[in-house]
Design a protein around this ligand. Structure first.
Ligand code: CS2
Length: 491
């Protein structure tokens, strides 16, 4: 009979096992947002750091929190928090069992107890991957959206919160009252200046409850900004079968990832304790912003481009899309001519080489990263991935044809119908507002561009922007995505 992975069966796994004694670990980190990304990124850095000196890291186990769905906990609890990561590349598969995730919990089942856990003096770090929409903010301005239903709820029920901000502030309030030093809060989401952004949101939310608390947070809590990178697609049934095949144990929560990883962290910890993640390759730097800007614009921006244009061209995955010569040319031109000129070069980086490495990563045939997955939540992603670059290009009076086509493809994708007239399952908090409503193309482009939480107060009124996107949108409708991508390479 097939055995399920857990503390008892762990020793039978045909995989690299945790190089430390899990029984000695106590929780020091609460991680909020227990999706595939963190389990293939943050936990891997943490396990690696612990392995370099287990005795010094006894206090750095992780409690993982899902803010909504019980699905991760339901899979991980019977496995005692253990799960497999499989590093995949053309040269083979490398399974490894991760050990520092000690427990998985579901916030809505008992919000009060999560607040208590967060207020425990043993917890010194809170890490976060709740994706863009988990910040309850206005993506164009980075400001708190006080009308967000979760924020409205949390202001009415401060002791039983449901949002990220509600939990952080409830716990910080208790720590302040009890004279416990605050935890360090580390956002690991793909948002610009994510630490600074979250700091502003936590402060503004706290100020709606208590000005003194907001001031205390402002002066005592560290919010290092980070750049995180690893390609980790959502796991599928095939991945479960692969993992069983490789390890000999059934694991319902494996994560599949590429070999590459990067974590750049702003060094504002001061005297605050932290694991020695630098021993696992994390970079602690004075200024993360150039790294973030490079990654958001070059990786995430091109990812969204491939997601919308690739999907509309009939491609299911990123590796299929970049196997197409027209798309490879499109990407090369996009990086070289339209994105790189807007990106300051981080220390020790060659942007051309970075672009080359990205193409190689996208081409990894063993990673099946779906265009539809990356296309999700575009209204929350476009501002930092594409629109900032366009603003810079417009201001410099430089061409931005490929960027215009990407925005047009986002509008076409979220209109809800593909090039064959079939419905698209658009997953986006603004899906209703983005849906086409039978208007002519110019009116549709203008209506979408008037959504200020995406396009700000400027772009929707900028005739040059509107004309450029409208022309690209017409091209998409008339010629189709693949022809439009090919044609742009000729100009
Ligand atoms: C992707 C990212 O889903 C998406 O929007 O662009 O998850 C991307 O794979 C990661 O940021 C890579 O580090």
């Amino acid at each position: 009979m097939t055995q399920r992975l857990d503390s008892e069966t762990l020793k039978n796994a045909k995989a690299r096992l945790p190089g430390f004694d899990r029984a000695r670990l106590t929780p020091g980190i609460v991680h909020i947002g227990l999706g595939a990304f963190f389990r293939a990124h943050g936990v891997v850095y943490n396990d690696d750091a612990i392995e370099t000196d287990p005795a010094a890291h006894n206090g750095w186990g992780i409690i993982g929190v899902s803010l909504r769905s019980p699905s991760q906990r339901d899979k991980l609890a019977p496995q005692d928090g253990l799960y497999t990561t499989v590093e995949r590349s053309a040269s083979g598969d490398r399974p490894r069992i991760m050990g520092s995730l000690l427990q998985a919990i579901v916030a809505p089942e008992d919000p009060k107890s999560l607040v208590d856990t967060l207020a425990d003096p043993g917890i010194r770090i809170v890490t976060i991957t709740v994706t863009e929409k988990g910040y309850c903010h206005d993506p164009a301005t980075g400001r708190l959206n006080p009308a967000h239903p979760d924020i409205v709820h949390d202001l009415e029920h401060p002791e039983r919160p449901m949002s990220l901000l509600g939990f952080l502030v409830a716990a910080l309030k208790l720590r302040r009252e009890r004279g416990i030093a605050p935890f360090t809060i580390i956002s690991c989401d793909n948002l610009p200046s994510n630490g600074k952004l979250l700091r502003g949101l936590v402060r503004d939310f706290a100020a709606l409850r208590d000005d003194g608390l907001a001031t205390w947070i402002e002066s005592t809590v560290a919010f290092p900004s980070t750049m995180v990178d690893r390609i980790v697609p959502a796991s599928t049934d095939d991945d479960l079968a692969l993992t069983l095949d490789l390890t000999g144990l059934q694991d319902l929560a494996p994560v599949i990832h590429e070999p590459f990883r990067q974590w750049v962290i702003e060094d504002v910890f001061g005297a605050a304790e932290r694991p020695a993640w630098e021993r696992a390759g994390a970079q602690f730097v004075a200024d993360v912003e150039p790294f973030e800007l490079m990654k958001l614009r070059m990786l995430n921006g091109s990812h969204s481009a491939l997601a919308y244009l690739g999907f509309l061209s009939g491609f299911q995955t990123i590796s299929q899309t970049v196997a197409d010569p027209a798309f490879r040319n499109f990407l090369a031109g996009l990086w070289r001519d339209e994105i790189i000129p807007t990106v300051p070069t981080p220390d020790g980086t060659d942007l051309e080489a970075y672009a080359g490495q990205l193409l190689e990563r996208y081409s990894n045939p063993a990673i099946s990263h779906r265009t539809a997955q990356i296309a999700m939540d575009g209204s929350q992603k476009l501002p930092q991935r594409i629109l900032g670059t366009i603003r810079d290009r417009l201001q410099a009076g430089q061409p931005w044809d490929r960027l215009a086509l990407i925005v047009a493809a986002f509008i076409a994708y979220t209109s809800g119908t593909d090039e064959k007239g079939q419905p698209i399952d658009v997953k986006d908090p603004l899906a209703d507002r983005l849906k086409a409503d039978g208007q002519d193309p110019a009116a549709h482009v203008r209506r979408v561009a008037s959504i200020e939480s995406i396009f700000g107060t400027d772009l929707g009124k900028n005739e040059q922007f509107l004309d450029g996107v409208e022309a690209a949108y017409r091209k998409l409708l008339v010629d189709g995505s693949h022809a439009a991508v090919s044609a742009i390479n000729q100009t």
